[in-house]
Design a protein around this ligand. Structure first.
Ligand SMILES: [Zn+2]
Ligand SMILES: [Zn+2]
Length: 320
């Protein structure tokens, strides 16, 4: 299926090539659109233009430079590198190309092609591709929701030691999606994902101790694991601890500590904590009342996507 679109599937060097500046397809020695010679690439680190495998100015390799460009958040600037990397058969490029097909960016929307790209990148041993497929079936985007298939792809990614996939398997065991509910297996997955460095998995372990799921209930130990998740960079854990200390939920109420946790969560991009900080400044809870600080946090939370924060900001600005 892909061979129609990509030369690498045929295994022979093609006279056809894609320009790394304008992404256009060429056959001659010079790009017909932008005029650059075949093979010129632009270093993502220093901006120098090169023709050999490493940058003559800073030494960065062509491969790492292309991967950096392909990972650019702007789909337009990433596109030439994605096109070249996928054409050369690099898993990262094929995975990224799948996303362009899924969204219909730069190419006509084509779900079958998107799935084929991710299958191919996954088969090459690229775990994020299996994870992406699993999430499609888990969430029912582009395809109809299918927990059995999601489980199958999570397993493939987990076999490649993808920490998030291992954690997702745990949630399937905990919820009983596509498998018989098994709290002990859930806990084992959470522990494995945590050991692989997935900070949010400590949240799940904490939750299990909090509720007595797959382990004897132990609130003190649970709190310790929430702290651990937070210290390893889980914004969800910081946000949750912020809520616990602000409200005195099974801990001595400590609003200064609560604010401190909310601040840390907000720094890591947690929009719920940004909203909570806006609320705290508006009502003088744990901080001195400060309406301009309240407005600032509401605005940040709204920019991060929270509609309730946009409404709060609007109310604050229009109050007499
Ligand atoms: Zn060009
Ligand atoms: Zn360079």
């Amino acid at each position: 299926m892909l061979s129609a679109a990509f030369s690498f599937a045929e295994g022979t060097p093609s006279s056809r090539w894609f320009c790394l500046f304008c992404a256009s397809e060429n056959t001659g020695p010079v790009c017909t659109l932008c005029g650059r010679i075949r093979g010129i690439w632009c270093c993502a680190t220093c901006g120098a233009e090169n023709l050999t495998a490493s940058c003559r100015s800073c030494g960065a390799s062509r491969e790492s430079s292309l991967k950096t460009q392909a990972a650019d958040g702007n789909p337009l600037s990433a596109w030439p590198a994605v096109r070249v990397l996928s054409d050369e058969g690099a898993a990262e490029g094929i995975m990224a190309l799948g996303r362009y097909y899924a969204l219909g960016l730069m190419v006509p929307q084509d779900t079958v092609m998107a799935l084929s790209c991710w299958q191919m990148a996954g088969t090459m041993g690229y775990a994020p591709a299996w994870l992406a497929l699993a999430k499609l079936y888990d969430e029912g985007t582009l395809v109809s929701r299918d927990y059995r298939k999601a489980m199958e792809y999570y397993r493939k990614a987990a076999d490649l030691n993808d920490p998030e996939a291992v954690w997702c398997l745990g949630t399937f065991y905990e919820e009983g999606f596509a498998v018989r509910q098994d709290f002990e297996k859930a806990m084992a997955c959470y522990r494995q994902a945590a050991d692989l460095g997935f900070a949010d998995s400590w949240m799940s372990i904490a939750h299990c101790y909090d509720q007595g799921i797959g382990a004897d209930r132990d609130e003190a130990l649970a709190l310790e694991y929430y702290e651990k998740a937070a210290s390893l960079g889980s914004h969800l854990a910081y946000d949750y601890l912020g809520y616990r200390y602000m409200s005195g939920d099974r801990v001595p109420e400590d609003s200064a500590r609560g604010i401190d946790y909310y601040m840390k969560a907000a720094e890591l991009g947690n929009s719920r904590s940004m909203y909570a900080l806006g609320y705290a400044y508006e009502h003088g809870e744990g901080v001195r009342r400060d309406l301009s600080e309240a407005a600032r946090w509401y605005e940040l939370a709204a920019l991060a996507g929270r509609i309730d924060a946009a409404e709060a900001l609007n109310r604050l600005l229009n109050e007499p």
